[in-house]
Ligand binder design. Structure first.
Ligand SMILES: [Ca+2]
Ligand SMILES: [Ca+2]
Ligand SMILES: [Ca+2]
Length: 325
């Protein structure tokens, strides 16, 4: 029995000695990349932290590089431009992209790059001229201003007070009165102005009075006759109905209304008719003329003269043709 144990022991020992002999003669070789890996970090905004990571950095293969900023977000142009770091993308780095404002990447290319990306927003304010308000719709705002993302669209609504009408936007955009709902895309910090007027057509008649008589607050002469809305309103005429026939009727019937047309007055005052007052006597002198061609006129008789005593009180005199007998 002891004899067999010795054989087994020597056998195991022999194998062990043999294995040691093989390991001592084996060798392992590995290739180590000793080249410099160059990472270029760039950013359009902000100050990179630590400053050593700004610009070109030399590292080894699979070296970890940490990059972040001293400050985020960043404000520019007196606080009217808001910049938020929105992540990065790169070449020859792992990971190749990411979100947030800090990262640790490993270099996988000899020449690699990491570029930070930023979101830009512009501070847009709004004011009013006249009486009305600007309402921001479905958007965050503070007072009379809000951050508008670059290229994004926000909705503002112009709401006039009673008696006033919206006439348009100015400032960052110019619109007419129909743009009460403004969908504005900002490309720079902007001050918008919403204008309101109580007399947008400038005819002197306030909107409330225009509405009261059905006139058009956007037209100075709603019915297109010879009289503006204000004149018709102030004189009991209708700004929505042509007043010309009414005026013509009066003009064509001066006897009915005790009127003289300008022509009738001229006929008495000019030419060969003279009506003068001498003391307490009114004197009228008439000269009848004749013509064959309505161009050349000659006297057709003697001057005829009438006199009439007049008192000290105001009197009106007139001359008219008399029917024959
Ligand atoms: Ca008006
Ligand atoms: Ca009008
Ligand atoms: Ca009119």
């Amino acid at each position: 029995m002891m004899k067999y144990l010795k054989i087994i022991l020597f056998t195991v020992l022999g194998i062990s000695i043999s294995a040691l002999a093989v390991r001592s003669t084996n060798s392992v070789s590995a290739t180590v990349d000793s080249r410099d890996y160059v990472l270029t970090i760039s950013t359009p905004h902000g100050e990179l932290f630590p400053s050593a990571t700004a610009g070109v950095t030399t590292n080894s293969w699979h070296q970890s590089v940490y990059s972040t900023f001293y400050e985020n977000p960043v404000f520019e142009q007196d606080g009217t431009i808001l910049l938020n770091c929105a992540g990065f993308s790169g070449i020859g780095i792992a990971p190749a992209s990411g979100s947030g404002d800090s990262t640790t990447v490993k270099l996988t290319n000899v020449v690699s790059s990491l570029t930070w990306e930023w979101d830009t927003s512009y501070w847009v304010t709004w004011g009013v001229s006249g009486l009305g308000a600007v309402q921001p719709i479905d958007m965050a705002y503070s007072g009379n201003g809000a951050w508008f993302p670059d290229g994004g669209t926000n909705h503002l609504r112009a709401v006039p007070d009673y008696g006033w009408l919206f006439t348009g936007w100015s400032g960052g955009t110019t619109t007419g009165p129909s743009a009460t709902n403004l969908y504005f895309t900002a490309t720079a910090p902007t001050n918008l102005l919403a204008s309101f007027s109580d007399d947008p057509d400038g005819d002197g008649l306030k909107n409330t009075n225009e509405w009261a008589v059905g006139a058009n607050p956007w037209m100075a002469n709603t019915d297109g006759d010879d009289y503006d809305d204000l004149f018709e309103f102030n004189n009991g005429l209708s700004p929505t109905r042509d007043s010309a026939p009414f005026i013509s009727y009066i003009r064509d019937n001066p006897d009915t209304y005790g009127l003289y047309s300008s022509n009738a007055v001229l006929d008495v005052a000019v030419g060969q008719v003279a009506l003068g007052i001498e003391g307490t006597t009114a004197r009228l002198r008439l000269q009848v003329e004749k013509s064959e061609d309505l161009v050349t006129w000659t006297n057709a008789g003697d001057v005829v003269e009438w006199t009439l005593p007049v008192g000290g009180e105001k009197q009106f005199l007139r001359v008219r043709s008399a029917p024959g007998e």
